[in-house]
Design a protein. Structure first.
Length: 216
């Protein structure tokens, strides 16, 4: 299992709460229903990150302060990871508050992985400032999509022996499954059961997901 320095992560994302991880209009890559297996929702990194901020930015209705934050975030994440991580907790919470201004459909997560630590500048957080409850691991083709969301949750019949390895957060509880699961995904893709992976600059990695909350 990968060991991370205490209080270290690669950044924050505002993502949809698992049961709200859908777009009624089915725009772009977003599903009309949240990925779910039985009573377990997908709880990984690709839960419409920063969706409300980015949508209002393109509509031209995002408040100026957040326009500046969003542009800075895009500039700071000038890589091929596809993940726009905010390393400033205060700025992340401002964008989260905007996303939840009408209803609470989003939450703040922290993420970390071996590959992300090489791509992004690692940051530390103060225990006085935040509490991070590390929930489990998503398996991600960095720069593309989650192999959990696009594999087990999308075509469970090809991954039947993996279902009982999911925890209650829709994640794996350890990162030792990376190679075995990735190989099974590739086999499912050869059988046209899931979408084949394009070439990726950064490869496939287990990304640890943590739910963030204010310290009481």
């Amino acid at each position: 299992m990968t060991e991370f320095p205490m209080n270290s992560h690669s950044g924050y994302l505002a993502v949809r709460i698992p049961e709200f991880n859908y777009d009624e209009e089915g725009r772009g890559v977003y599903l009309k229903k949240p990925p779910k297996l039985g009573s377990v929702y997908y709880g990984g990194v690709f839960r419409m990150p920063w969706f409300d901020v980015e949508e209002d930015f393109f509509l031209g209705v995002l408040p100026k302060e957040l326009v500046d934050l969003w542009k800075r975030l895009k500039k700071e994440n000038n890589d091929f990871s596809g993940l726009h991580l905010c390393q400033n907790y205060s700025n992340a919470t401002k964008m989260l508050a905007y996303s939840n201004r009408e209803s609470v459909r989003n939450e703040l997560i922290a993420v970390r992985s071996k590959v992300l630590s090489e791509i992004k500048n690692e940051t530390t957080f103060s225990e006085v400032e935040v509490n991070i409850d590390w929930l489990g691991y998503d398996i991600v083709a960095i720069g593309h999509w989650s192999l959990l969301e696009g594999g087990l949750f999308a075509a469970p019949s090809y991954f039947s022996h993996w279902t009982n390895r999911l925890n209650s957060h829709g994640l794996f509880s350890e990162d030792s499954f990376l190679e075995e699961y990735s190989n099974d995904y590739q086999r499912a893709a050869l059988r046209n059961g899931v979408e084949a992976l394009p070439s990726t600059v950064y490869g496939i990695d287990s990304i640890q997901i943590g739910k963030v909350s204010d310290k009481a």
